[in-house]
Design a protein around this ligand. Structure first.
Ligand code: AMP
Ligand code: MG
Length: 407
């Protein structure tokens, strides 16, 4: 490919921006808290109350007035017991104590908790042993110390893990608004492809891309994933793609987007009303990539069929675009230095498979693991992902810092 022609193509950054601009946001749904793990929050969550909502006892012991203790009083009559979950009692007089349990509301009239290992209790009277710490609010978590009523606790775009779900529960929410998962249709195309488990002839190829794509989607928590296989046949492509467009939000095709006589995918998609946003990106591998938007806002990704291209384009473009369409805040790019110099002679962005290795100081480096061709997916074994190097021709020196995309 000559330089002039490549300049006509979109850069990966422009392709990414075009996808983000064209792919509509995915719908919001309300789900019970127990079904929200891994989901993206689509509302702000505010504190229902102060945290903690009352002065909270944090040790089992007795609650007293610290002032009485500072006057030198060492014996207290135990008036009552205050358990967690009971409304706060009131201290009857300054020389009494109320037995308190962890999590209880601090009794009115007390301001200090003495843990039970610092006194003996005999016949309803506590005698302090040794010196005790009677600083006011010792062993008490003050009301509002962790957070204030009405404060923003979780922002829309947050991915919900254990701590976030606990916060939503503490805000009193039984259900929260999260992004719905898109229905994915993963489609392989090609007359040469044969399903694993089926007999295969010497001139045929195993249908492996579909499994790689499904695995990458499932590994990221997507579970509405179906798949189909289509021959390089215009009528079949037309009928089945029409059906898939009617029933799915995201179509991920592999194969059939290059310049060959049987690369019919762009033509058929266009005839079905899928508007082409771009075809071909100045990158290696994956130059023939196609992207369009269907009449109902369906995202249609036509990935080149060579297995390394398919996976690279999936990770570089499709997965981040879905995450953005779900309203998820994107994690910052992971940057890494090359462990050794790399030469690349094309005026294309270069997606170079790497393994991440730690040096003697524990510093990560990207060790280049180039494939023979974009069909050589065996070389991906043991790699962690790829780095995106800017267009050549260029020798990228050792230590050259690039963005890492993990498989
Ligand atoms: P294409 O993009 O259709 O020209 O395909 C490029 C190469 O990728 C061909 O050698 C195909 O056999 C191979 N290929 C296409 N689709 C798949 C697939 N689903 N699994 C494995 N290899 C594929
Ligand atoms: Mg093909």
């Amino acid at each position: 490919m000559n330089i002039y022609h490549s300049r006509m193509l979109m850069t990966p950054q422009a392709a990414e921006a075009a996808i983000d601009a064209e792919l509509p946001g995915l719908p919001i749904e309300s789900r019970p808290l127990s079904q929200c793990v891994g989901g993206t929050l689509r509302e702000n969550i505010f504190a229902e109350r102060d945290y903690p909502p009352f002065d909270r006892v944090c040790m089992d012991g007795i609650a007293i007035s610290s002032e009485t203790s500072r006057r030198g009083v060492r014996r207290y009559a135990v008036q009552a017991t205050q358990a967690a979950g009971a409304p706060p009692l009131t201290l009857a007089d300054a020389e009494s104590a109320i037995e308190v349990m962890t999590g209880a509301s601090l009794p009115w009239g007390t301001d200090c908790v003495i843990p039970l290992e610092h006194y003996v209790l005999e016949e309803g009277v506590v005698s302090l042993t040794g010196s005790v710490n009677d600083t006011p609010f010792r062993n008490i978590q003050r009301r509002g110390e962790d957070g204030r009523h009405g404060a923003l606790m979780l922002e829309a775009g947050t991915v919900l893990g254990g701590p976030e779900i606990a916060i939503a529960a503490s805000a009193g929410l039984a259900r929260v608004r999260v992004s719905g998962q898109p229905a994915f249709m993963v489609i392989s195309t090609g007359d040469e492809l044969v399903e694993p488990g089926e007999p295969i002839a010497g001139h045929q190829i195993r249908r492996s891309n579909t499994y790689a794509v499904i695995a990458a989607l499932r590994a990221r928590g997507f579970d509405r994933v179906s798949n189909d296989h289509l021959l390089d046949d215009e009528a079949m492509l037309n009928d089945r793609l029409a059906l898939h467009l009617a029933t799915h939000e995201v179509l991920i095709l592999s194969g059939g987007v290059s310049m060959g006589r049987f690369d019919l995918v762009p033509k058929v998609l266009k005839s079905l009303g899928v508007r082409e946003v771009f075809h071909r990106v100045a990158q290696r591998p994956g130059k023939p990539m196609w992207f369009g938007v269907g009449p109902r806002g369906q995202g249609v990704f036509g990935l080149p069929g060579n297995p390394v291209s398919t996976l690279t384009c999936l990770v570089r473009f499709v997965l981040p675009a879905i995450i953005t369409a779900m309203g998820t805040r994107r994690a910052p790019a992971e940057r890494i230095g090359l462990a050794k110099p790399v030469h690349f002679d094309q005026p294309l962005a270069y997606f170079l498979p790497v393994s991440v290795e730690l040096d003697e100081w524990g510093q990560p480096w990207a060790s280049p693991r180039p494939t023979n061709t974009s069909g050589d997916f065996l070389s991906l074994i043991g790699t962690d992902g790829f780095v995106e190097l800017p267009p050549g021709p260029m020798t990228y020196p050792k230590g050259f810092v690039a963005t890492l995309y993990r498989w």
